[in-house]
Design a protein around this ligand. Structure first.
Ligand code: AMP
Ligand code: MN
Ligand code: MN
Ligand code: MN
Length: 278
């Protein structure tokens, strides 16, 4: 089976490596084809495609869209999207525009907890106010020594239910799937095990996603624990979804799996890349 990894981040959102450095790492890891799937932006795709070409690595242009599904934040990955698509670009622009105001509120909440100046520091790390994310706050808190590492920053302050969590309204599930399909892409439900949904809501999400035109779910991902693969494998088969595999790599020291190092999909699944990789 080819080594295909369909979920990775770069400095164009909350990753630590440039698109070029990410592709260089993928080449060293023996990846046959890699998708760059930055949060709510297509900015890194041109650089990544050029780097992939030079390295002889296959490239899949992608994106990871932030979605609000009721009170739950969901991520939908688009694969083989057209980076020039007007409908997709306009949709992403709309979601990104809320990030700056939300980041100011996160900064206010942290100041209230006694940590001054985190907004400016996080912005300096993000470099671009349209993509500023909780990860940039987490990196600052870790650098400052307030927490041991970025994971602890989420666990203590930034995750849902913690004191510096600021709720935010992202795209709707229908919008995200429609934009992806409108750009010629395939919509993939990212790391479904991360949403902490009861079985009934889980079934509801999968049905709705399918109804809007979603075609695949991530089964083997760096954001699932290995014990979870079997459940999502069953769900993919039960609902007739194609299956995806991706590290959800953010950078050295921040992600459990480097690109192309996860186990392969079980042979009973139809990989999402069967749609384009023959
Ligand atoms: P944002 O889009 O600003 O809400 O940031 C979301 C990003 O933060 C995700 O893509 C992950 O990279 C990271 N993240 C979210 N929740 C957690 C968590 N509980 N632990 C570690 N990282 C997280
Ligand atoms: Mn992220
Ligand atoms: Mn995600
Ligand atoms: Mn991701």
């Amino acid at each position: 089976m080819p080594n295909i990894d369909l979920h990775n981040h770069s400095t164009r959102s909350d990753g630590l490596l440039s698109p070029t450095a990410l592709l260089e790492l993928a080449a060293r890891k023996g990846v046959d084809a890699l998708a760059l799937t930055d949060h709510d932006t297509l900015e890194g795709l041109e650089e990544a495609a050029a780097a992939a070409k030079g390295l002889g690595v296959g490239f899949v242009p992608g994106v990871e869209i932030s979605v609000s599904w009721g009170p739950t934040t969901i991520h939908v990955v688009g694969l083989q999207v057209d980076p020039t698509s007007a409908v997709l670009r306009a949709g992403l622009e709309g979601i990104r525009s809320g990030r700056l105001a939300r980041a100011r509120l996160i900064g206010d909440a942290l100041a209230h907890l006694g940590f001054e100046g985190t907004f400016d520091a996080a912005l300096a790390i993000a470099k671009d106010e349209r993509i500023i994310s909780r990860t940039h706050f987490a990196r600052h808190l870790a650098e400052r020594g307030v927490v041991r590492d970025t994971q602890q920053a989420f666990d203590k302050y930034l995750a849902k239910g913690k004191p510096a969590f600021v709720p935010h309204r992202w795209a709707s599930l229908e919008e995200a799937v429609t934009w992806i399909r409108g750009s010629g892409g395939v919509a993939v439900l990212a790391h479904p095990g991360r949403y902490d949904l009861k079985p009934m809501m889980r079934e509801e999400l999968l049905k709705e996603f399918r109804g809007f035109g979603g075609e695949a779910i991530e089964v083997v991902t760096g954001s699932h624990r290995p014990e979870e693969y079997a459940l999502w494998q069953r769900e993919a088969l039960a609902h007739g979804f194609l299956a995806s595999r991706g590290a959800d790599y953010h950078g050295p020291g921040e992600s459990p799996y480097e690109p192309g190092t996860l186990p392969q999909l079980h042979a009973s699944l139809t990989p999402v890349w069967s749609k384009w990789h023959h």
